[in-house]
Design a binder for this molecule. Structure first.
Ligand SMILES: Nc1ncnc2c1ncn2[C@@H]1O[C@H](COP(=O)(O)OP(=O)(O)O)[C@@H](O)[C@H]1O
Ligand SMILES: Nc1ncnc2c1ncn2[C@H]1C[C@H](O)[C@@H](COP(=O)(O)O)O1
Length: 222
């Protein structure tokens, strides 16, 4: 029996990993997918044609970047649907609008008309009964100090050059956003409670928690 079967996680499940930049989503996505023998759905950072330009000039490139991310995530959503699930996904589509687009609009680095166009498009595409939500959203949380250290350690130049206030604001917004998020069940994991990089038993412990959580939420939904 494999780990997925051992903890009763359905083979068609879609598990999404959410959380602020640098918290550890990609690492968690890779480890969980290996353990569950699931496919992965990653954000393409290196191949993103707008990301560098966006960090150089938020105001000029916000709209372009959001449209790009929306298209990419929608394509990934379609891919997951066509495979019939069995995926771990790095970041949810809900964070694009609930965190990034909103933050740039409210800070004045996304034009109000562009923001309205973007949110109309998002709602037409995503907030419909036809759009499948993940079975569980794993929300990774941690202190801003730990997260800044991880951003530093990863060393993406565009993120290093961005003022720390940007990451502070994002961290605060994430904490508020997750408290009212209800599009699918949320399992919160604190990054101090596990060590995916150095503890070989850690992935199985997390998988066990996901299995229990999915069973509980299935009972509650009945
Ligand atoms: N459990 C962990 N313990 C220590 N460092 C971690 C852990 N998970 C991720 N990291 C490190 O933190 C940095 C950011 O992780 P990453 O998975 O790329 O985050 P995200 O996808 O959320 O932006 C990377 O340098 C990664 O090696
Ligand atoms: N929707 C987004 N708007 C602006 N920037 C975004 C969006 N989604 C991701 N990003 C940025 C943040 C990081 O610099 C990279 C990758 O994110 P990560 O959390 O490291 O996976 O893209």
């Amino acid at each position: 029996m494999n780990i997925r079967e051992k903890y009763g996680i359905p083979s068609n499940a879609v598990i999404t990993v959410a959380g602020t930049v640098g918290v550890g989503k990609s690492t968690m996505t890779t480890k969980l997918a290996e353990a569950l023998q699931f496919r992965t759905s990653f954000e393409k950072v290196d191949a993103n044609p707008y990301l560098d330009r966006f960090y150089d000039d938020f105001k000029k490139w916000s709209f372009h970047l959001q449209i790009y991310f929306l298209a990419e995530r929608f394509k990934e959503q379609k891919r997951m649907f066509e495979y019939g699930g069995g995926f771990v996904q790095d970041r949810s589509i809900y964070e694009d609008t609930g965190i990034f687009a909103k933050m740039h609009y409210e800070k004045g680095t996304m034009d109000p008309i562009d923001y309205e166009t973007y949110t109309n498009l998002f709602e037409a595409m995503v907030m419909t009964p036809y759009f499948p939500h993940p079975d569980v959203l794993i929300y990774l949380e941690g202190s801003i100090e730990d997260i800044l250290a991880r951003i530093q350690e990863r060393g993406r130049a565009m993120e290093q050059q961005t003022p720390i206030d940007y990451w502070l604001e994002m961290h605060e917004r994430y904490e508020k956003w997750i408290d009212s998020f209800n599009a699918c069940p949320v399992l919160r994991l604190n990054i101090n409670d596990y060590d995916l990089l150095n503890d070989p038993k850690c992935t199985e412990r997390i998988t066990e928690r996901i299995g229990h959580f999915m069973k509980q939420t299935a009972v509650l939904r009945k």
